[in-house]
Ligand binder design. Structure first.
Ligand SMILES: NC(=O)c1ccc[n+]([C@@H]2O[C@H](COP(=O)([O-])OP(=O)(O)OC[C@H]3O[C@@H](n4cnc5c(N)ncnc54)[C@H](OP(=O)(O)O)[C@@H]3O)[C@@H](O)[C@H]2O)c1
Length: 318
């Protein structure tokens, strides 16, 4: 019943013009930023492949120090050595499996304890699964990595970031939030009562990220902290590596032909973190560097409030 009510509510809000804008934005030339970012600290999750690696290198090439949050020690060490030998910056890392609540809390606490300000925090780590995996706590893996981990880190960092001169949080989001056109099912965030759909689970996690911005924006009022989300384009990366063989075949032989170079995503994440043009913009969704209206469920502030209360509970933040 509740689902049907939302269906009509959102149905009335859909506009063809917004879908056309989405298609156009994807092909628009992205804006770039050439300003240096020397001696700033940028925290990025998931830098061991794909967009995360490119983004780490982009910020390093512009003078920023890096703090990477990854689950794989060997890959992190290799990347640190590569980046530090190529650029004159410091590249540190914390190891954390962002599907485990205790590790997310631990790494968030380490960020809170940092003496340096965090100038940019990029939530990039993510995955897509065609078959559901549950975490040790029995949660949906995709929802934890993509939504709960950023939520916990952002929440714990509120006071630290507000105490700084400024900070920007960027969530590497996706047009995939549109895969759940009728919104989240709040009483089944972990897919226990429905048949699992990889696309919808991914879309739900990304939609939840967008909804969380409404409340984080309120929490950051009176400070120079902004929080925005960005679709990085459909680009080359290792996403889907944990999926079925059929998906891998599809990605290699069909989808792969349409994917764009990964640096369009990293250049855009640099623009989002550094450009003065958007320094006061907050709680917005961007397709690369173009501000875009996300799908109607993402504007639902009442739903955002409900999700916030639930998140505090399931993320053990009370
Ligand atoms: N590529 C695209 O076209 C596209 C489009 C829209 C949105 N995105 C978003 O962009 C972000 C980056 O994805 P990508 O395409 O670059 O994929 P990718 O190449 O698969 O990179 C994903 C990164 O996330 C890390 N990660 C996954 N699970 C983790 C966990 N439990 N704990 C810690 N780190 C974890 C991976 O670490 P390992 O190396 O250890 O696996 C890797 O560093 C994702 O949020 C994705 O949803 C991508």
């Amino acid at each position: 019943m509740a689902k049907n009510k939302k269906f009509w509510k959102y149905f009335k809000q859909y506009k063809v013009s917004q879908i056309i804008a989405m298609i156009r934005n994807g092909n628009k030339k992205q804006l770039t930023c050439d300003d240096r970012f020397d001696n700033k600290l940028v925290v990025i999750t998931g830098t061991t492949s794909g967009i995360g690696t490119y983004t780490a290198k982009k910020y390093a090439s512009m003078g920023a120090d890096l703090l990477c949050i990854n689950r794989n020690e060997a890959k992190s060490k290799k990347l640190k050595e590569e980046i530090e030998s190529q650029y004159n910056i410091k590249c540190d890392y914390f190891i954390a499996d962002l599907s485990k609540l205790n590790e997310i809390h631990e790494v968030a606490d380490k960020l809170v304890a940092l003496e340096r300000p965090i100038d940019v925090l990029i939530h990039n780590a993510g995955l897509t699964l065609s078959k559901q995996q549950l975490t040790d706590e029995g949660f949906d893996m995709v929802f934890v990595v993509q939504y709960m981990a950023p939520f916990i880190m952002n929440y714990k960092l509120i006071n630290k970031l507000k105490g700084q001169e400024s900070a920007r949080i960027i969530m590497n989001n996706s047009e995939g939030h549109r895969f759940v056109p009728w919104g989240l099912i709040l009483d089944d965030l972990h897919w226990k009562k429905r048949r699992y759909s990889g696309l919808k689970a991914y879309g739900s996690a990304k939609l939840a990220q967008l909804l969380s911005m409404h409340i984080f924006k309120e929490k950051f009022i009176g400070s120079n902290v902004t929080i925005n989300s960005m679709h990085p384009g459909a680009v080359e990366s290792e996403t889907g590596k944990d999926n079925w063989r059929l998906y891998k075949w599809y990605k290699k032989n069909i989808l792969g032909k349409f994917l764009r170079p990964t640096d369009i995503a990293s250049d855009s994440l640099y623009y989002m973190g550094v450009s003065k043009e958007i320094q006061t913009v907050t709680s917005k969704f961007f397709s690369l560097t173009t501000e875009e209206i996300p799908s109607p469920p993402a504007w639902d502030v009442e739903e955002a409030k409900k999700l916030w209360d639930l998140s505090i509970e399931i993320c053990n933040l009370n």
